[in-house]
Design a protein around this ligand. Structure first.
Ligand SMILES: [Mg+2]
Length: 279
C-alpha cells in the first residue's frame, strides 16, 4: 500500500513490476530446502516435481529461470530433472555458489578444475572426525568443497556444535570459507558466494527485476545482494522457504512460505496469476 506517509514496501513494488514485465524478470532459486526437501541422503534430494513444473510454466511465460546452489551443477541438474521440462529450455544452473554453470539451451556444463589443496584438506577433515569419534558423519565431496553432514548421527545438534569451531579453525588455516547449514558444515574454496553469482547473472541477462528464494545461511549473501539492488532502485522480491531448523532469513524476507511444499504452491500461484493476466 502506498498511502501518504506509509512505509514504502519494496516487496509490493517488486511484485507490481513482476506482474507488469514478466519477460524482464528473473526468478533465481536455491535448490536444497527450497526446490527439494531436505532428506538424510543428499544424493536422493530430488526436486519437487510440482515446483519444477511451476518453474517450467514461469519459463514459458517469459521469465528467466535460474537455480543457484552450493551443490555441484551436475548433481542438481540430475536431481532436479530439469532437462525434461519444456519451459526450462533456457534455464541456467549455477553450481558451487556460482563457480560452475549449466545452460539448458546448449546442454553444456562449465566446470573449472578442482582447486589445489582439496585432497590435503579432505585428509585433515577425516583425521579430525576420527579424533572426535565422529567418523560416522556423512562426507559429501563436491570437488571445490567438503560437506560434513551430522543429520544421521545419534546426536546431530551436539555433533554440529562440537564440529563447527574445529572446522572453522581448519578452514581458517587453509584460508578457505566455512558455510554452516542445516545439520551440515561445509568448507569450500573461497572467492564466490551466491550474492556475487546472482548479481553477475542479472547483469548478463539484462533483466530488470528479480525474485530470489532460499532457505539457509548460504543464501544470505544473495538476500543481501537483493537488498543492495533495491537500494539502487532495482526491484527485488525475497522469498524464504522456512523451516524449524533455520530462521536467519525470515526477518529480511518479503514472503515466508512453509518449506519446499510452500515454495511449490507459491510458484504455482504466481504462474496462475501471470497466465490469467496474459489471457
Ligand atoms: Mg538450501
Amino acid at each position: 500500500m502506498s498511502a501518504a506517509g506509509a512505509v514504502p514496501d519494496p516487496g509490493i513494488d517488486a511484485m507490481r513490476a513482476i506482474m507488469q514485465w514478466p519477460d524482464k524478470t528473473m526468478i533465481a532459486v536455491d535448490f536444497d530446502g527450497t526446490l527439494a526437501p531436505i532428506v538424510d541422503d543428499p544424493d536422493r534430494a530430488f526436486g519437487d516435481p510440482r515446483a519444477i513444473a511451476a518453474l517450467g510454466r514461469l519459463g514459458g511465460l517469459g521469465l528467466t529461470i535460474a537455480v543457484i546452489t552450493g551443490r555441484p551443477a551436475r548433481t542438481v541438474v540430475r536431481l532436479g530433472r530439469f532437462t525434461s521440462v519444456p519451459g526450462l529450455r533456457n534455464m541456467i544452473v549455477l553450481g558451487q555458489y556460482g563457480v560452475e554453470r549449466w545452460d539448458a539451451a546448449t546442454g553444456e556444463f562449465s566446470i573449472p578444475p578442482e582447486p589445489d589443496g582439496i585432497d590435503a584438506l579432505t585428509a585433515e577433515v577425516d583425521q579430525l572426525l576420527a579424533s572426535l569419534d565422529l567418523s560416522d558423519a556423512r562426507l559429501e565431496h563436491k570437488g571445490r568443497a567438503i560437506g560434513v553432514h551430522t543429520r544421521e548421527l545419534a546426536n546431530p545438534r551436539a555433533a554440529f556444535e562440537t564440529l563447527l569451531p574445529r572446522l572453522n579453525d581448519l578452514a581458517e588455516r587453509h584460508r578457505w570459507a566455512i558455510e554452516p547449514g542445516k545439520n551440515v558444515i561445509e568448507i569450500r574454496a573461497p572467492g564466490m558466494d551466491k550474492g556475487v553469482a546472482l548479481r553477475s547473472l542479472i547483469e548478463e541477462t539484462g533483466v530488470r527485476q528479480v525474485i530470489f528464494a532460499g532457505d539457509d545461511l548460504g543464501d544470505l549473501p544473495a538476500f543481501r545482494m537483493v537488498q543492495n539492488l533495491r537500494a539502487e532502485g532495482f526491484p527485488g522480491l525475497l522469498v524464504c522457504s522456512a523451516s524449524h531448523e533455520e530462521d536467519a532469513l525470515t526477518e529480511i524476507s518479503d514472503l515466508i512460505v512453509s518449506g519446499p511444499d510452500g515454495v511449490a504452491e507459491w510458484l504455482g500461484r504466481l504462474a496462475d496469476s501471470l497466465a490469467a493476466r496474459r489471457s
